[in-house]
Structure formats: C-alpha cells, structure tokens
Design a protein around this ligand. Structure first.
Ligand code: GLU
Length: 281
C-alpha cells in the first residue's frame, strides 16, 4: 500500500495548483488502498500561521479528499537537530557566515536554487554560533555515499546530481532546519513510500537522495507531478489570492466539481499544466 504526502506551508491560502497537488497525492495513494498524509510545513515561524493550516484542512475536505495528518514540522525540531549532529560527528557539515551578497559576488556558477556557494567557509573555517548556518560539505558527502540513483515514477531513473547545488544549507539561522533536511527526515519518519510533489521541486530530490544515504533512511520512489501555470507560463503563486480555494469555497462553489475539473485537467481559465518549471541552468 502506498503512502503519499501533501506538505503545504501555512504562509498563505491554497490555490488551484495546491488542489491539483493534493488530488494527485490522494489519488495515487488511494489507487492501491493507501493513504495520503497531510504534513504542515510550518518550520518558518516568521511566515507560518496556524489559521492558514485550519483553512487547508477545510479546503481538502471541500475537495472531497481524505487524509491522515502527521505532526507539523514545528514539533520535530529535536529530530532535525539530532540529524545535524550526526552529520557533524561524521565531519560532513561546517559553519558558514557568508551573506547572500557575499555569495552573489563570489559564486562561479548557478545551481537550481541560484548562485552556488563557493565553499569559502570550508577553506577558511569560521566558528559556529547563532549567526552561522551549517552547510553540507558536498564533495566529501558524495565521496562517502558513492554514486547514487533515484527513481521518479513518471520520469524514470536518475543519476543523483546533488553537486549541482553545491554545499547546501542544512541548518538555518532563522527557520531553523532547511527544507532539504526537514523534508527528507519527515518523509522517512512518516513512512512515505511515494514522495509526491510538484515538478518545480524535481531537482531537490538529488539532494534528498544523498541525505537519505548519509542518514541511513529508507529510499522512497518520487512522483513529481506537473504544475499548474498561468497562460504566460508563470507558476500560480499563493500571494495572488485570486484562485484561493477558501475564496471559492466561501463563494459557494462546489469543491467536488472543482476536483473533478482538475482531475480531468480541463482548464478554460487560461490556466494550464506544465511538465516542468525549471529555472536551473
Ligand atoms: N512545503 C513545500 C511547499 O509548500 C512543499 C515541499 C514538498 O512537497 O516537498 O511548497
């Protein structure tokens, strides 16, 4: 039986793109009698609001979906810290105090998330502290893990290329764990067998596969689904609010009908499905 997940961040209303993601996760799991998990990714305390998470549950019910909710990320900080500490013991992470501006100035190449950090604080170590992040020593980590692959249900087998990202941040000053560390640990802890998420996060799976091996976590399969885009190709954004599910719900629209439309991928609103929103080089 398949376990999938829908993992929204409660920093704004869900829109049709989220509804599509939730439906894919739900239907993929239900196809063999499995279940979709709902995980509220509220690790970014400054931007997360519990009220949004309440709305999310109402939105999903309105769409006619069923799920099991697992603990929100904000309750799991101790596990994230423990994983960081094991990577410290393995000598695979280092503190870094470089600013965004430093990195923009010194980077020599672009990665899937922007300028790639040129390992300045690895060559010139700085002490850890509350104003430092922790980065993965990518070269050493990859040496230790050896060559890796991962499989996406829709797009086949991939050679893992976490090196595209360079020395990713695993522990932030503000959040505190990074998306990469938190999502990887959570999916394993929650027993997710098929990691369902938008193709805009496709490249992140290269890093997640490496973290799984370093931390001794099970290997899932991935299912990166197409993402809804505006007529001009831009991804739907939470802040636009126009397509908020809550607004449709309050306006008396039928959620099951909205879900049926999304399932049929019939869009007459200038919104369409795009295979892969990739901003990497
Ligand atoms: N929390 C992320 C978001 O709301 C999703 C991350 C994931 O599915 O891995 O965009």
């Amino acid at each position: 039986m398949t376990t999938t997940r829908f993992a929204p961040s409660p920093n704004g209303p869900l829109h049709l793109g989220h509804a599509y993601a939730a439906i894919i996760a739900h239907d993929r799991a239900r196809a063999d009698g499995g279940e979709m998990l709902l995980r509220i990714e509220d690790i970014d305390g400054a931007r997360s609001r519990a009220e949004w998470a309440d709305e999310f549950r109402e939105d999903l019910a309105w769409l006619g979906l069923t799920w099991r909710e697992v603990p929100a990320q904000s309750t799991r900080i101790a596990q994230y810290r423990q994983a960081l500490e094991s990577l410290m013991i393995m000598g695979l992470v280092y503190p870094c105090r470089c600013t965004r501006t430093d990195i923009a100035r010194t980077a020599r190449r672009m990665g899937p998330d922007g300028p790639v950090y040129p390992s300045t604080c690895l060559r010139d170590p700085v002490p850890p502290g509350p104003d430092a992040v922790w980065r993965l020593d990518m070269e050493q980590a990859m040496d230790l893990a050896g060559p890796l692959t991962w499989r996406d249900e829709r797009r086949g087998l991939h050679v893992a290329r976490p090196d595209l990202f360079g020395d990713v941040v695993l522990w932030r000053k503000d959040a505190p764990a990074s998306y990469h560390l938190a999502a990887t640990l959570d999916d394993a802890a929650d027993g997710v067998s098929v990691v369902t998420r938008g193709a805009d996060l496709f490249a992140a799976s290269h890093v997640h596969r490496l973290l799984q091996v370093l931390l001794g976590l099970p290997e899932p399969v991935w299912h990166h689904h197409r993402v809804l885009v505006e007529a001009d190709g831009r991804k739907l954004a939470k802040r636009r609010g126009a397509d908020a599910l809550a607004a449709r719900r309050r306006a008396g629209e039928n959620g099951h009908a909205v879900a049926a439309t999304l399932r049929a991928a019939l869009f007459d609103t200038g919104i369409s499905l795009s295979e892969y929103v990739d901003r990497s080089p």
